[in-house]
Design a protein around this ligand. Sequence first.
Ligand code: AMP
Ligand code: MN
Ligand code: MN
Ligand code: MN
Length: 284
Amino acid sequence: MSHLINADLHCHSTVSDGTLDPEVLAQRAKANGVELWALTDHDELGGQARAMQAAREAGLGYLTGVEISVTFLHVTVHIVGLGVDPTNPELLGGLRATRGGREERAREMAAGLAKVGIEGVFEGALKYVGNPELISRSHFARYLVEAGVCSDISAVFRKYLTEGKPGFVPHRWASLGDAVRWITQAGGMAIIAHPARYDFTPTQEYALFTEFKAHGGQGVEVLTGAHSPADALKYAAMCQEFGLLASRGSDFHSPEESRIDLGGLPDLPGNLTPVWEHLQSRIH
Ligand code: AMP
Ligand code: MN
Ligand code: MN
Ligand code: MN
């Protein structure tokens, strides 16, 4: 399959913290010229059958997907899995365990916000939740904008939902090794999501890439909604240094909130091997 196909291998539906249903995303991807698509909801495979069916009806190549929340060196890191068997019991069990603490965390987040005078946020955020097992900070952010506490989502994260702020609750997610193993044992490929978003020192980042490789991880997102052109160049070089495959995904969540639409990224640099060259047999 060509290097230059319009692949979009990272986005979210109402099954996690996106605002569109899987069927609507498939239509939108098709309309935007996407040729190979993956829905990668956070810690959840519940949208895969719908996405696959909708992709088939739209004539869109499909790879199953998931984005697993991991804690590495006390920082939350996201690992995308592509081409996984969505019925694999170990993967399903791992994801269920990873989702497990979300409701309690959300109640603690709401309690933290109540202490600074912002009441009723748990109930408010629930109005935006499509999957009761997946209450996320994104749902809190949408409600806090609705309530007029902040004028936009990124201001909510900056003022209330990040480390040290009143609505932030430290959380322990899956380990890096577990996440990579769940994905690979389910027949999929593990990929480091949006590496430029983590607050690592160069030494810590080197450790992430080294351990990820050692656990069997194979790819890294070079092109993604959160990366600047300089980030793309940096991670293209890291890809080559570590012998990793390159991925491309918008991380689209919502027409109102996302900077890059489905299918809206530039092409991968020609000197990298795209992840889809090693996932041919997994494409539906
Ligand atoms: P959670 O898994 O509940 O910690 O929520 C993480 C989600 O919040 C990410 O997947 C993003 O969708 C969203 N998010 C994180 N940081 C920001 C930010 N600075 N601005 C907007 N959305 C963010
Ligand atoms: Mn998200
Ligand atoms: Mn992510
Ligand atoms: Mn994502």
